[in-house]
Design a binder for this molecule. Structure first.
Ligand code: ADP
Length: 476
């Protein structure tokens, strides 16, 4: 037996859903971290870069003002220009202090901006240089413009990073989703397939058991609960096979043991009846007839028991030859006529005008037909009719035996083909061993045909069987 991994259905489900949850969780954590990083970057862009950017802009505006007013003062020596210069420089200094207080990381870069700006507002002296050193204004402007560019560069880099991170997050999220989807669909399909495979095996075994056939082992395909079910089924099948074999042996032995003395008894009765031991009076003759009838009945029963036990132990030996089904049915009717007559039943045939030739084992098929007609006669009330019909559909010969008896309820329609099955309602009143239909089915199956019944309780039953006209197909 192949070794199977021991994983219960619950464990399989747990592993599968655990993997799904893990992937989902990992993707979510990644996305969450990404969103948090983006939020931080956006926050920095707004609170640091944007603030610094606007502060630099404002400081530059002041410096441009200073530069313009110095120029104006040189030309006009206007006191108003001096006031503007002072106001601009004062404001510049304030903005610088505020910005450095908030963002001390710029202190080093902007160190030169903190140097005092010396203004000597005496235009008589060397114009320009003593008034306000152009170089200082230009240096400060350069530093701030450079700062502005650096800051914008920083912002661009941060935004590029944000965009890339966003794209990465979309990719990871998409792959995570696809993986979850693939695992979800693939996993559930694989799980359903594996459960279904095991279930199909067990179902096949149970169905086969239901047909009354010898129970066969099913394959154990998994180490889960369904695998255990298959193992339990196999244990049961094996026990049933053992019991069936013992029963068949016992019946064969018993039949054999009874048959020999029964034959001696029949011969003795025959001898007495023939007058070999003196004249037999009418009363004695009557009792000898009863003894003979009972002995025949017993022999018939033993023959059936032995037939079934033989059929169980070996494949049905079918010796085929072309047979006319109409002639075969007529001969079966003839054989059953006395029994039908004594039961007060009218036997009739409904046959096509042309012979229906079929390759089959004449003896076996006749036996199957006799069993069906025998049942129809047994289970029909006196005064009713039993019809035997033969037809062909071009591929099969079709036999039907129709009666007007008590019918067979739906719940019993499969059971009646089981060995030894007899309706509890007829066990006491009607003779039989519950073997006729089982034998008929084996014979029809052995020919590659089909035996089935239609019935309406209270309105009679019709048993049909089909045989392939060309004979049973060779099984490889
Ligand atoms: P037996 O006739 O020896 O009892 P069978 O295998 O031939 O065994 O039939 C099994 C059971 O099926 C019968 O006991 C009877 O309950 C039912 N049965 C068979 N044929 C008929 C029929 N034509 N009408 C009603 N019941 C039937």
């Amino acid at each position: 037996m192949p070794t199977v991994r021991k994983l219960s259905i619950a464990t399989k489900l747990l592993v599968w859903s655990g993997t799904l949850i893990l992937i989902f969780f990992a993707a979510t954590v990644f996305l969450f971290r990404q969103v948090r990083n983006d939020a931080e970057t956006a926050n920095r862009l707004v609170t640091v870069n944007h603030e610094v950017d606007s502060a630099i802009q404002r400081m530059l505006d002041r410096l441009y003002g200073v530069r313009d007013n110095i120029l104006r003062y040189r030309l006009t020596e206007s006191q108003e220009a001096v006031q503007y210069i002072v106001a601009d420089l004062t404001r510049f200094g304030e903005i610088l202090r505020e910005t450095l207080a908030k963002h001390p990381e710029y202190a080093e870069d902007w160190q030169p901006l903190k140097e005092e700006f010396a203004i000597t507002l005496r235009p008589g002296e060397t114009a320009g240089e003593s008034l306000a050193p152009d170089a200082t204004v230009t240096e400060w402007t350069d530093i701030l413009e450079q700062g502005l560019m650096d800051n914008q560069g920083d912002m661009e880099v941060a935004m590029t990073r944000m965009r890339e991170a966003g794209e990465r997050a979309v990719t990871v999220g998409l792959y995570g989703l696809l993986l979850c989807l693939a695992l979800g669909i693939g996993g559930s399909l694989a799980l359903a397939w594996s459960l279904n495979r095991s279930l199909t095996e067990v179902r096949r075994g149970i169905r086969a058991l239901g047909t009354g056939a010898m129970p066969k082992d099913v394959r154990v395909l998994a180490g889960d609960e369904l695998g255990e079910l298959a193992l339990a089924f196999n244990a049961m099948a094996s026990r049933l096979r053992r019991e069936e074999a013992m029963r068949a042996d016992f019946i064969a032995m018993l039949s054999h043991e009874i048959r020999t003395p029964l034959t001696s008894m029949r011969e003795s009765v025959d001898l007495i009846r023939s007058g070999a031991f003196g004249e037999v009076n009418e009363k004695q003759q009557q009792f000898l007839d009863i003894a003979e009838k009972e002995a025949v009945r017993l022999t018939d029963l033993l023959t059936r028991l032995m037939t079934v036990s033989r059929m169980e132990s070996q494949a049905l030996a079918v010796t085929t030859a072309p047979v006319d089904c109409v002639e075969l049915a007529k001969s079966a009717l003839e054989r059953m006529a006395p029994a039908a007559e004594s039961a007060g039943i009218t036997l009739s045939g409904d046959f096509p005008d042309q012979p229906v030739s079929c390759v089959c084992d004449r003896g076996h098929v006749r036996q199957a037909l006799l069993n069906l007609i025998g049942n129809a006669v047994k289970f029909s009330p006196s005064g009713s009719a039993v019809d035997v019909i033969v037809r062909t559909d071009g591929e099969n010969a079709l036999f039907s035996v129709r009666d007007q008896g008590r019918g067979i309820p739906e719940s019993e329609r499969e059971m009646v083909f089981h060995k030894y099955y007899r309706d509890p309602g007829v066990r006491e009143s009607v003779d039989g061993a519950g073997l006729g239909l089982a034998i008929a089915r084996r014979i029809v199956d052995g020919h590659g045909g089909r035996l089935w019944l239609e019935s309406e309780p209270g309105n009679g039953s019709t048993f049909h069987f089909s045989l392939p006209l060309g004979g049973p197909k060779e099984t490889p």
